[in-house]
Every structure is written in C-alpha cells, then in structure tokens.
Design a protein around this ligand. Structure first.
Ligand code: 13P
Ligand code: SF4
Length: 308
C-alpha cells in the first residue's frame, strides 16, 4: 500500500501540479513541496511556473497572489481557514475610507493582505524588499504603509521616512516576550539574535539581523560557527537546521507558556499532509477572484516583481 506522500507524488505528476510551501508549514509538507520559500520567493516562482495546478501550502493571501498572477491556472489551498491576522486587520471598505482622506499619498501594501486591498494599492512589498520598494519613491512623496504597523515602523526608522501606518499586526510575532528573550540571552550570551520585521520594535532593537524568513536562513548560513536565537515562527527552524546542521538554533520565547516554548502560526498549521492530498485529489478548495479585482491587484504586484 502506498504512503500518503507517494500518493501525493503520483497525483502531482498525473495532474501536472506544483506544490509551493512556506517555511512555516509543518515538516512533512516542507518535505513534499517542490519549492519552500518566503513570500517573495514563492510569488516569483508562482509567476513563472508552467504547471497547470498550483497547490499553495501556505495561507490565503499567498494562494490569492498566485491566482492573481495565474488567472488560467487552478490554484488550490489545502484549507480555506488558513488566514492571517494581518490580512484580517484591514477590511477593504475601511481602508478605502482611510485612503480617501489622503489623496496625495501613494499606497505601499505588505503582501499579507487581501486581493481587494492590493487592488487599492500603488505597489506591494514583502519583508525582503520593503526597504527597496519604499525607497523607490522620491523622499518627498507622502506614503501610506499597510497593514503591518511593526514592519512600517521599522521601515520608517531605517529610511527616515514618516509613512502613515495602518494599525495591523501579526499575532505570532507580537507574541514574543522581550523579558524572556533578554533572560534567554543571558543564558546564551554568545548567541546572535535574528528577528523578523513583523516583530515589535523592542524585539527588533535587540537583533543582530532583521530580515525575511529567507533572509534569516541566508544570514545563519553565512555564519555557521555562531549560535542563534530565532525570533520568528518556529516552522522555520526545520529548513534552517537542515542548512546548518552543526549550528545551535534556539527559538525566541513567547509571552504565554506553551509546549513549544516558541511562537507558532495557528493559521499556517491548519494545513496538513492529508488536507494537501485531498485538495490535490478533489481539486478543491479552489481560489477564485472577481476579474475586475484581479486586474487591479495585478498591477501593484507586477510593479513589485519588476523592482525585485
Ligand atoms: P516572509 O516569509 O516573506 O518573511 O513572511 C513571513 C510571514 O509572516 C508570512 O506570513
Ligand atoms: Fe499572518 Fe503572522 Fe501567520 Fe504570517 S505568521 S500568516 S503574518 S499571522
């Protein structure tokens, strides 16, 4: 009898499907994926894949981005409940009202938002290119940055800008405890702290490196002799450890005590290998976007991809 992984492989080849997975997915899903990456890397792959079906093992806004780029392909998400607290923080009608108050401002949106919000944006960014995208505007161009207030605050700080920020946040990165992190650093004084820019400023200030999930992995690979306290979702530790098997990696602690002593994204973790298999077999749940929204959302994504 074949295993679930063998069944997924068979279905994938029979249907000319590709499996894209984010670093926060469970280990089995990362193992079976054709590509594992950060939001930018996965959207770049989605933009050029020749597969007929894209199975997006990630969250809804990621699958939506793949669909915006590939209107004629079938895009599947193993579980439609794979949402994101950042995307949920920004209803399109409220954002439209907000944006209308600032007609002089251009809108930069973090990719962690819905297609409707992207359709109201001038350009999209991810955590790996946010600084570059923001700096592509003249210094005197007023900007709105949405929906992540933490990433926006960080980019304001490193660029000296004063972008207006939407008040959204990632529940996973806001779960880190600065007190516990500083205590942990006393236990591991030689460890370097690396943090995702969705983290709060007091966490970012402690970090030796701040960057996207792919950026963090590259940084660790470049310094294999060091040890690291890793302030992002714990799923990243799997691929990171494979890249640097000898390096000590310590997850940053969450405010609430929990079994992993880390921070995990409940949205990312609703996907399972079984659901991935079932969605490839039945070709549901499928992502669909009204064409007039897709067209408007495509332009700011393409602007980002052209600059990346
Ligand atoms: P990146 O992988 O692009 O750094 O994004 C992290 C994240 O929170 C995705 O939801
Ligand atoms: Fe959204 Fe945060 Fe989960 Fe990423 S880790 S999907 S930003 S809730």
């Amino acid at each position: 009898m074949s295993t679930i992984k063998e069944k997924i492989e068979k279905l994938k080849h029979a249907k000319n499907a590709v499996i894209l997975a984010h670093y926060y997915q469970e280990e089995d899903i990362q193992d079976i994926a054709d590509y594992v990456g950060d939001s930018l890397g996965l959207s770049q792959i989605a933009a050029k894949t020749e597969a007929d079906i894209i199975v997006f093992a990630g969250v809804h806004f990621m699958a939506e981005t793949a669909k915006i780029l590939n209107p004629n392909k079938k895009v599947l998400l193993p579980d439609l409940k794979a949402g994101c607290s950042l995307a949920e923080s920004i209803p399109a009608d409220e954002f439209l009202k907000f944006k209308t108050k600032y007609p002089e401002h251009k809108v930069v949106t973090y990719i962690n938002c819905s297609a409707e919000i992207k359709a109201l944006s001038d350009i999209v960014c991810t955590s790996s290119n946010a600084e570059k995208i923001v700096q592509s505007f003249p210094k005197d161009q007023p900007l709105i940055f949405a929906p992540d207030r933490n990433l926006g605050t960080y980019i304001n700080q490193i660029t000296g800008r004063n972008m207006l920020l939407w008040d959204g946040a990632c529940v996973v990165h806001e779960a880190f405890s600065i007190e516990k992190l500083l205590k942990l650093h006393v236990e591991y004084p030689k460890a370097k702290i690396i943090a995702h820019p969705e983290s709060e400023m007091h966490i970012i200030k402690t970090a030796d490196y701040v960057g996207s999930t792919a950026g963090m992995i590259n940084y660790v690979k470049a310094h294999p002799k060091e040890s690291f306290i890793v302030a992002t979702e714990a799923g990243i530790l799997y691929k990171m450890q494979q890249e640097v098997p000898e390096t000590e990696l310590i997850p940053a602690p969450a405010k609430e005590d929990n079994t992993c002593a880390c921070s995990e994204c409940a949205y990312m973790k609703v996907n399972t290998l079984q659901k991935l298999h079932d969605c490839l077999l039945d070709e549901i749940p499928e992502i669909n976007i009204p064409e007039q929204i897709r067209i408007k959302a495509l332009a700011p994504i393409e602007r980002m991809l052209n600059l990346s």
